[in-house]
Design a protein around this ligand. Structure first.
Ligand SMILES: Nc1ncnc2c1ncn2[C@@H]1O[C@H](COP(=O)(O)OP(=O)(O)OP(=O)(O)O)[C@@H](O)[C@H]1O
Length: 292
């Protein structure tokens, strides 16, 4: 579904839809790997420096370009600020280190999800289709563990996980997919009940066979799919598994920081000219400052 974007009457670039599969990289045979994200969530895990951000950036950049037609919104959670920071200007929400803010945003997303199911019921649908003209809301979370185990109180962390579980369960059919990444693939961060809600899971290099199994599933290591055997000198290599399928060895496509900023600067400019919401960066940056 490639459409040509108009700017002041001039076609400036082809753009993509969130209903198009997202380009993630290549497999071990050199074939391109594309994944349709619209009806599936993605969980990405691996040790620090294993290449998780590359995959997140591929999805975030696709969503950014898809947002140029005004039908995609980004909601970003990044406790490190700089991983998803380049997309701040095109995001509807950017959550940093504030767990109350994280909970508030998830609560609002769940209200939208429930309203969408009501809308689907009334319109006799089961899931959002391209012709429904519904905005696709893509939520990206970098370092899930910061929100579920580090920031805030135990009660807030539990509330965050409960809401996230709700969004991941409800989001897929109502055009609200979630992509979450963690450096710590362990059962306390990703219980099986949460993991199994993610239709796609990617394991980059993991420190142990056990942590690889947390993402890929029990029995996969014995079958030869073990993210602990990935070389630490090959970031971006990982196993990608889709619901019920066999893990596929991939090398994620990598966007440099300069390329990411080129995409987001372009998108911010086009969105502004087309009257699509862009964030007030001064306000957004001020809101991220720690309280004095
Ligand atoms: N697909 C890739 N191809 C080539 N190089 C890559 C790829 N992915 C990552 N790298 C290299 O590895 C470095 C670390 O990658 P990245 O920041 O994506 O890891 P990460 O798993 O997100 O780490 P962290 O958990 O610390 O954020 C990058 O700066 C880059 O130099």
């Amino acid at each position: 579904m490639t459409t040509t974007l108009q700017r002041a009457g001039q076609p400036v670039a082809p753009t993509v839809s969130m209903f198009d599969p997202v380009y993630l990289g290549i497999d071990e045979y050199g074939h391109h790997v594309h994944c349709p994200f619209i009806y599936r969530n993605l969980l990405v895990a691996g040790e620090p420096g294993s290449g998780k951000s590359g995959l997140l950036n591929n999805v975030a950049s696709h969503a950014t370009l898809a947002s140029l037609l005004g039908r995609v919104r980004l909601v970003l959670f990044d406790a490190k600020l700089v991983e998803l920071g380049p997309y701040m200007g095109v995001a509807d929400e950017f959550v940093g280190l504030d767990l109350d803010h994280a909970i508030d945003v998830l609560e609002r997303l769940l209200i939208v999800a429930r309203n969408r199911y009501y809308w689907l019921l009334v319109h006799r649908g089961r899931k959002i289709e391209p012709d429904d003209n519904m905005t696709i809301i893509v939520t990206l979370i970098d370092e899930l563990a910061m929100y579920s185990t580090v920031l805030g109180t135990k009660q807030q962390q539990e509330r965050f996980v409960e809401l996230l579980r709700g969004l991941v369960s409800l989001g897929r059919a109502c055009g609200m997919p979630v992509v979450a990444a963690t450096q710590r693939p362990s059962f306390d961060i990703i219980p099986t009940s949460l993991r199994d809600l993610f239709g796609y899971r990617a394991a980059f290099r993991c420190t142990t066979i056990g942590s690889s199994a947390v993402i890929l599933g029990q029995g996969q290591a014995e079958a030869g799919y073990n993210a602990n055997d990935i070389s630490p000198t090959n970031p971006g290599e990982g196993y990608l598994i889709a619901e019920g399928g066999t893990p596929r060895r991939i090398k994620a496509a990598y966007l440099s920081d300069a390329q990411i900023y080129r995409i987001t600067d372009y998108a911010t400019d086009v969105r502004r000219r087309n009257g699509i919401h862009t964030a007030d960066m001064n306000k957004r940056l001020a809101a991220l400052l720690p309280a004095a």
